[in-house]
Design a protein around this ligand. Structure first.
Ligand code: FES
Length: 96
């Protein structure tokens, strides 16, 4: 399996990024290279709510609880700052 993962942003003009496996999105996505916005980067503000399509590990309990608090009923909803990338993914921003 490749150690590189492609991060794409369908429906936007942002070109795909390539990251190493297990890198954290919040360390590599910026306002210049992605449509994702970050606030706290520690999983408590909900600013970075996105839909992620791809094979990545499921949310930890703290992230899951925050997603429920945000009313994110989308089964692919995630907090981008808490996601560790393990595969090619498509990311769409959700309005929190
Ligand atoms: S940036 Fe605050 S929850 Fe992700």
């Amino acid at each position: 399996m490749s150690d590189l993962c492609k991060i794409s942003f369908p429906g936007t003009d942002y070109p795909p990024l390539t990251l190493q496996r297990h890198q954290n999105l919040s360390e590599h996505l910026t306002i210049q290279n992605s449509p994702v916005l970050f606030g706290c980067r520690t999983g408590i503000c909900g600013t970075c709510l996105v839909e992620v399509n791809g094979e990545i590990p499921p949310p930890q309990p703290d992230e899951q609880e925050m997603l429920e608090t945000l009313g994110a009923h989308n089964p692919h909803a995630r907090l981008a700052c808490q996601v560790s990338i393990t595969d090619n993914v498509e990311i769409r921003r959700l309005e929190g």
